[in-house]
Design a binder for this molecule. Sequence first.
Ligand code: ZN
Length: 81
Amino acid sequence: MPIYLRRATYNEMYEQNLPPISLAGMDIQDRDQSTAPLTHIQKGRPRKKRVRAGEARIRNSTCGTFGEAGHNARSCRRPHM
Ligand SMILES: [Zn+2]
């Protein structure tokens, strides 16, 4: 059995009490400056939604959000709202 899994090691680690931590002076800073992160809103058809017969599958896609080639809006990695 490895030494870090042994009971003796565990007992040794917790032999002494953990020191208490003072929370004085720990304020929430910049409360007004915090903003929600830009979320990546998935666009287009949900992945599991069925493609009905007659719906064309586009091979060389273009990003509909930023007009970039090589990916579509759904797989676009750039954050947008
Ligand atoms: Zn894009």
